[in-house]
Structure formats: structure tokens, C-alpha cells
Design a protein around this ligand. Structure first.
Ligand SMILES: Cc1ncc(COP(=O)(O)O)c(C=O)c1O
Length: 390
């Protein structure tokens, strides 16, 4: 061997050649460089309840520090089964139909890897959360993108029906919706159940914002419709519900045969999720007030932010029925494409947002950006003060 030869790092062809640095990272870095108020990335800038931290600390002190059972701490699975039954009337067996995951992202990837064979088609409704496409690509599936209605961002059931083929293995849905803030009605849910009735399509239902539905409306979980529940994996995340996005603990509920396959992959993917957090969350879930107040909490923030935008800016506000995102049409302010507009907004106005195109393959037909209002009132007020010049 040539003694001058440097050690060589072989770089195999990428499994995800189209994936680069995400716009979320780019915008956050730009926001930090320019001292902008960051309403881009979707996480709270305030802390979780100290009682929840105490519950986790108590679990650590009580010695809950070794591997839990593969499917998750039983007390947490039981608490989730009871909650789902109380809220949506569907009974899942905590032993065989509920699994605790390392956040919703792991649950989505695990579900896709468990069910999608190379060449299978998986339908996503665009705009959509950015992990769905790469998950399907890693499984060797074919991603079929069906646009939501470009004005209302509701499901266009005719287009969805047209996209279904005998090769459709799964449909990934999300309500309340990131990025657009729409939330299903019970009619949407029924229409979907009817559309899928003659098919063998599995539904992956991303419901991480399940407790953030506004104006007195109820979250239309797929678990609340017996027909849909029978073909669905219902995915959620404690990160969004308890302001602990950094803990990365989520959960999946599904009928036993689907959960058995999910667990085969979960077992060799993460095997288990950190133990003390699970004990702490189980104790915290015992009091429904800990999640039942969430919708009011975020509704007040939504209203404060919307009122400020309405009063002092030329943004056109899109409806926000759920989630913690407010989308706006900036067509009256700038002719720029959405990413360029977000860069301009960050550097010139001092507020970071995320362009709608971050959630779509094709350029969106409407000039829309997304603000996250999971922020302290002081952060929201400062953002509004800066945006008021526009
Ligand atoms: C729609 C949606 N799904 C999944 C996730 C990821 O959740 P987790 O942090 O639990 O992986 C997010 C986070 O922003 C999201 O908005």
C-alpha cells in the first residue's frame, strides 16, 4: 500500500438523494444570524409544567431506569387506552394494540417500513409534513401526491378517489393539519371511510395535534369511526400535547393484526423508548385537565396573533381550526416566491416563517407562509410589532 495514501471514506449512493438541509434548519439559522423572532420551527418557546418534570424525576428516583417492555410501560398504554375510549369511544387493548414510540416521526417511519413493499403506492395529501415522503422512499414505495384543495386546504375527495389504484397500500392523513391549520369534520371522516370501503388501503393517521382543535369543535380522530379504525394506525405525540417536543415520546394505536406487524419493525428499530419519561407521562395523564385545557390555551394565542395581524398588516389570514400554525397569504405585500419572501421577512422585518413550498413538491399556486404561534405572548407581541410595518 502506498504509505502516502490517505484513509479513504467510501461514500455509497444516497438512499435519499433528493434530501438536503431542510428549510426549517435554514430559516432557524437565518433567524439566529439576524436576531429575528423565530415563528418558523414548530415548537413552544416556553417550558412544560413543572409537575410533569417532577413526575419524571420521581420515576428516575424510584429506579425506573432500565429497559421497559418492548411495547412500552404498561401503565402508560393503559392510560392511553382509557383516554382514547373516553374521547372517541373505541376500545384498544393496551397489551396488543398500543405501542409507545420515540415520537411520531419514528412511528410514521416504522409504520411505513412495516407495511409498504417495494413498488407499493402510498398516497400523501399535499401540503404535508416533511417526513412522509422520505419514509416512503426508504421503504422503496412510490409516493403519490394528491393536492388538497388549493383554496380551502380540505381533502379533494374526487382527486383522492382518482389516485386510488389496486397498488395503493397506504394513505397518510393528518388532522389537525400541519401546515395549514385545517381540521377534519365528521363528514370528512365519514366520506373517507366510504371511499376506502371497497379497498385494502391502510390509513396512517397523524394526529399529533389531537388536543388542539378550536372553537368548541371535537377532534375527528379516525379511532372514532369503527370502519376507519379497523384499517388505521393512529399516531400521536406527547411532545405537542405537553410542550415537551424534545422528549420525543409518541404512541400508536391499531387493531391487533396491524400492531403485530408494526411491532416486528419497532422491535429492531428502537426496541423501546426511555423508561422514566413513560412513567412520568402515565402519572400525568391520570388528570384529564392536563390535556383538556390545551385547546383553550392555544386558542387564546391564535386569537391574539390573528387579531394583531388583522389590525396592523396586509396579510390575508387563512382559517385556523386547529394545530398551532397560522397560515397567511402575503400576495398583497410582495410578489416574491414564498422561500424568497421568508428570507426577506427574516432579514428585513426580523420575523422568521416557513414557506408553504417546504411541504409540497410542486410550487404552490398561492403565496402562503406559515407562522407558529406556540410562543409566549411576549414573543408573539414582539413579532406583531415588527410585522406591523408591512
Ligand atoms: C404533523 C406532524 N407529524 C409529526 C410530527 C413529529 O412529531 P414528533 O416530534 O413526536 O416526532 C410533527 C412535528 O412537528 C408534525 O407537525
Amino acid at each position: 500500500m502506498n504509505s502516502d495514501a490517505r484513509p479513504r471514506t467510501p461514500v455509497p449512493p444516497s438512499r435519499l438523494p433528493d434530501v438536503g438541509t431542510t428549510i426549517f434548519t435554514v430559516m432557524s439559522a437565518l433567524a439566529a444570524r439576524h436576531g429575528a423572532v423565530n415563528l418558523g420551527q414548530g415548537f413552544p418557546d416556553f417550558d412544560c409544567d413543572a409537575g410533569l418534570v417532577d413526575a419524571v424525576t420521581a420515576a428516575m428516583r424510584a429506579g425506573h431506569n432500565q429497559y421497559p417492555p418492548m411495547a412500552g410501560v404498561p401503565a402508560l398504554r393503559q392510560a392511553l387506552a382509557a383516554k382514547i375510549e373516553r374521547l372517541h369511544g373505541h376500545s384498544y387493548d393496551p397489551d396488543s394494540e398500543i405501542t409507545i414510540t420515540a415520537g411520531a416521526t419514528q412511528a410514521i417511519l416504522t409504520a411505513v417500513l412495516a407495511f409498504v413493499h417495494p413498488g407499493d403506492e402510498v398516497i400523501v395529501l399535499e401540503p404535508c409534513y416533511d417526513s412522509y415522503g422520505p419514509a416512503v422512499a426508504l421503504a422503496g414505495g412510490r409516493l403519490v401526491r394528491v393536492p388538497l384543495d388549493p383554496q380551502s386546504f380540505r381533502i379533494d375527495f374526487d382527486r383522492l378517489a382518482a389516485a386510488l389504484t389496486p397498488r395503493t397500500r397506504a394513505l397518510i392523513v393528518n388532522t389537525p393539519h400541519n401546515p395549514t391549520g385545517t381540521a377534519w369534520t365528521e363528514d370528512d371522516r365519514r366520506t373517507l371511510a366510504e371511499l376506502l370501503r371497497p379497498t385494502d388501503v391502510i390509513v396512517l393517521s397523524d394526529e399529533v395535534y389531537e388536543h388542539t382543535v378550536f372553537d368548541g369543535r371535537r377532534h375527528a380522530s379516525v379511532s372514532g369511526d369503527a370502519e376507519l379504525a379497523a384499517r388505521s394506525l393512529v399516531i400521536s405525540s406527547f411532545g405537542k400535547t405537553f410542550h415537551v417536543t424534545g422528549w420525543k415520546v409518541g404512541h400508536v394505536a391499531a387493531p391487533r393484526p396491524l400492531m403485530a406487524e408494526f411491532r416486528k419493525v419497532h422491535q429492531f428499530n428502537v426496541f423501546t423508548v426511555n423508561t422514566p419519561m413513560q412513567h412520568g407521562l402515565a402519572a400525568w395523564l391520570a388528570d384529564p385537565a392536563h390535556y383538556e385545557g390545551l385547546a383553550d390555551f392555544y386558542q387564546r394565542k391564535r386569537d391574539r396573533f390573528r387579531a394583531g395581524l388583522q389590525a396592523a398588516t396586509r396579510f390575508e389570514l387563512l382559517p385556523c381550526a386547529g394545530s398551532y400554525f397560522q397560515c397567511v397569504d402575503y400576495g398583497r405585500i410582495s410578489p416574491l416566491p414564498d422561500q424568497a419572501f421568508c428570507e426577506w421577512l427574516t432579514t428585513e422585518a426580523g420575523v422568521a416563517a416557513i414557506p408553504l413550498s417546504a411541504f409540497t413538491a410542486a410550487a404552490p399556486s398561492r403565496p402562503v407562509v406559515r407562522f407558529c404561534f406556540a410562543k409566549t405572548d411576549a414573543t408573539l407581541d414582539e413579532a406583531l410589532r415588527r410585522l406591523a410595518r408591512l
